[in-house]
Design a protein around this ligand. Sequence first.
Ligand code: MG
Length: 248
Amino acid sequence: MIAIHSRRELEAMKDACRISAQALQLAGELIRPGITTGEIDREIRRFIESTGAKPNFLGYGGFPASACISVNEEVIHGIPGTRVIREGDIVSVDVGAYYNGYNGDNAATFAAGAISAEKQGLLDATREALFEGIRAAQPGNRVGDIGAAVQAYVEARGYSVVRQFVGHGVGTNLHEDPNVPNFGTPGRGPRLLPGMTIAIEPMINMGTYDVRVLDDKWTVVTADGRPSAHFEHTIAITSDGPVILTQP
Ligand code: MG
């Protein structure tokens, strides 16, 4: 079942989303060569808890940290730890907060120091693909319109869309109906209605779209070891169009 939120409920959800966005912004400020992924995670947790919110990834399905931090060929669900970020890495951070009964969820890929033009191209295309997807999230459109927009944008630039993981509804639960794939057919899937809140999150690979999960049971990596990027916003469908809720 897809939840439809009232105007008041959307208003209440804004706080969780704002805190989520501030946590992501903090991660971006911290990322530099020499810092460990564990240190970034600790600062994120400290910040979220300082607002009175809870890191909603912590303990979710047994996940052991407050943020997923995925480096280079890691696509999503990287577990923060002793890994040291190096010059030229691209670092994807996915983080959310639970506050006042609602969840926020957002992600971005950051550059550590100077990165290759190839990696910069991937970052730029993935960020822009997210906005292509958001622009397609108009009331009356269908979920397939979002995926089709993301897919067309990135494939035209020679990148590939991860198939095995998708975006999702988000609200009182971190993951709700509907699934929001980053690929698809225009005009297919559930209709988008005012009051729906969804997380659009393209995971875009430089090479093949195939991925696999490491022995830690969490970290998703590209099958060919080439880099991957990930950008995500929580948005609300409104009668005026899509509204990005995860704004700092
Ligand atoms: Mg998400």
